[in-house]
Write a protein that binds this ligand. Structure first.
Ligand code: AMP
Ligand code: MG
Length: 344
């Protein structure tokens, strides 16, 4: 089979990565990572949503490795990142006016646009779809890396598929050590949950996945939007080894959470409650992880706390519910999925 690769570059692609290095985001290291990407390697880097696992999007062999190291099913397409709005015209065609409006307002930022795909994007990126999902990360390290590479980069979360998304370099190392070349360490991801994905090619525009930018903020720019209905049986995602239970939000939710906690503990189940600081007194001396004092904090800390539950060998996590407002809707989406629908 003709691959277009020289024997030397084939060797490079086959080379086994023995240890993954975490690098400080100095200019020198960002250039090193850019060169690795250009040579077909894999680099994880920080974005404002979660850590991304990058490969050059036009390099089908590199993208194939992304699916392999994440154990990601091939029918789940990858989001593509670029460093500025003009580059979106290089990866997409027939861009609607509403998409342009959203680009001006939210890019760089936690918004992904679903657009008609340009020919340079290979099938493996989009799982064969004629569309491409594209965003511009709002993170200086990510933008610098994208600029130096000068090509679009796929940016799925840098975790094993179905595990909580990584919001720290250490989370990436836990899942992908020895499987990727480098991790650029930019500290904690600011937002902590993934981007909002919207299709503006249809009327009304359709939010395919809630995320860092709330529906209200989008509506304020382009008018009415609809939410894609989730399938009743959802595949597991964002799941730690611990069982996750999720409470709906209502007055008196804490009493119900305490009752569940006590029943689990009586059975010898090591359990922890994820709650907002304002509710902590409702849980007495039970184990709690404080998610912060706002819904933004909850989103920022959620995945890290799910991973902490595993690190501290909890059997069960009970997560407090939130109101479906602002980023709360995206927290609920992630918790419903992490719990596999186990709502108490
Ligand atoms: P993740 O990498 O887990 O943040 O997931 C990215 C999500 O983006 C996928 O699960 C899809 O729902 C969506 N997506 C990415 N690219 C496309 C595409 N070309 N067409 C439709 N949906 C897409
Ligand atoms: Mg992911």
């Amino acid at each position: 089979m003709r691959t277009g690769l020289t024997p030397e570059s084939k060797d490079k692609r086959r080379r086994k990565i023995v240890a993954t290095q975490i690098l400080k985001p100095t200019t020198e290291n960002i250039v090193k990572c850019a060169n690795t990407l250009k040579a077909g390697g894999l680099v994880a880097f920080p974005t404002e949503t979660v850590y991304a696992l990058g490969a050059v999007a036009t390099d089908a062999a590199a993208v194939e490795k992304v699916y392999a190291v994440k154990s990601r099913p091939h029918d789940k397409p990858l989001i593509v990142a670029v460093s500025n709005v003009s580059e979106i015209d290089g990866v997409a065609v027939n861009i609607p006016d509403k998409a342009r409006t959203l680009m001006k307002k939210f890019m760089p930022g936690a918004l992904t646009l679903l657009l008609d795909r340009a020919d340079c994007i290979p099938d493996i990126v989009t799982a064969g779809a004629r569309t491409v999902a594209v965003r511009i990360p709002d993170n200086a390290i990510a933008l610098k890396l994208l600029e130096i590479v000068g090509k679009p980069i796929v940016v799925p979360s840098a975790n094993t598929s179905d595990k909580p998304s990584p919001t720290l370099a250490d989370h990436v190392l836990t899942d992908l050590d020895g499987k990727i070349d480098y991790i650029l360490d930019g500290g904690a991801s600011e937002i902590g949950i993934e981007s909002t994905i919207i299709d503006t090619r249809v009327g009304p525009p359709l939010i395919l996945r809630g995320g860092g930018i709330s529906a209200d903020r989008i509506t304020a720019e382009i008018g009415e939007v609809e939410f894609k209905r989730e399938k009743p049986i959802m595949s597991s995602a964002y799941s730690p080894n611990a069982e996750v239970l999720f409470s709906a939000y209502y007055d008196g939710m804490a009493a119900n959470i305490c009752a569940k906690y006590d029943a689990l503990t009586a059975r010898g189940n090591k359990t922890v409650i994820i709650c907002l600081a304002s509710n902590i007194s409702a849980y007495g001396n039970r184990n709690v992880f404080i998610a912060g004092s706002s819904y933004e904090d909850y989103a920022h800390n959620l995945f890290a706390l799910l991973r902490r539950a595993d690190a501290e060998h909890y059997d069960t996590v009970i997560a407090e519910g939130v109101r479906s407002e602002g980023i709360g809707a995206s927290i609920i989406n992630r918790l419903v999925r992490a719990s596999g629908g186990l709502i108490i």
